[in-house]
Write a protein that binds this ligand. Structure first.
Ligand code: DX5
Ligand code: ZN
Length: 211
């Protein structure tokens, strides 16, 4: 069954602990945390301090999505904050191989994210060091955007590319019940969703409608 990773970008930050507990009760499989630096993406969110605070609220895996330039300098901060999966953008580093090794040497799972315009070929030589591939289906930076359909073929191509390897494919951006179904059909293992889960306040029903 597909795993659901609610993005707290759409949560009420004034009641973050309650939100995390409610997501846990609603059946979330992990918590997705969007770290943005205002350079790699035109938006700012939070850093390791908030990740550490969320760590105290839940035992669910923390899926940390780094939308930052030069992520190599920050790996230890997020490891110490309690991240279980740390995903960096292929476009944000010159040394993708090195940074994946660094993440794995910290004992946590290493992910690579690709913007909608990035060719999946960049993954070719790092597959054996990758635990998760995040296909961005919107241009990163904001919640509530429309799913970019051309990414569906990319998901299917990546699924073929990884062959028998134990690499999870995660899809992030514009996920709703319809795009969830299409993404699962193309080969997605994890769906990230913000808007679709927080909308209307019935997190359980919203999560179930994505599965
Ligand atoms: C976008 C973030 C996403 C975002 C998804 O840059 O990486 O995780 O929260 O939000 P929705 O589900 O609203 O598209
Ligand atoms: Zn994200």
């Amino acid at each position: 069954m597909v795993l659901i990773a609610p993005s707290i970008l759409s949560a009420d930050f004034a009641h973050l602990e309650d939100e995390i507990k409610a997501l846990e009760k609603a059946g979330a499989d992990m918590i997705h945390l969007d770290v943005m630096d205002g350079h790699f993406v035109p938006n700012l969110t939070f850093g390791a301090t908030i990740v550490k605070a969320v760590r105290k609220c839940t035992k669910l895996p923390l899926d940390v999505h780094l939308m930052v330039e030069n992520p190599e300098n920050m790996i230890e901060w997020f490891k110490n904050a309690g991240a279980d999966i740390l995903t960096v953008h292929a476009e944000a580093t010159t040394h993708l191989d090195g940074i994946l090794e660094k993440i794995k040497s910290c004992g946590i799972k290493a992910g690579v994210a690709l913007n909608p315009s990035t060719d999946e070929d960049v993954l070719k030589y790092v597959l054996d060091k990758t635990d998760l591939i995040m296909v961005m289906t919107v241009n990163p930076g904001f919640g509530g955007q429309t799913f970019i359909d051309t990414c569906l073929d990319k998901i299917a191509r990546i699924k073929k590319m990884i062959k028998g390897r134990k690499i999870l494919i995660e899809v992030d951006g514009g996920i709703n019940p319809m795009t969830a179904e299409e993404s699962i059909g193309a080969g997605a293992d994890i769906l990230v969703a913000g808007t679709a889960i927080f909308k209307g306040g019935n997190y359980k029903k919203n999560i179930e409608s994505l599965r």
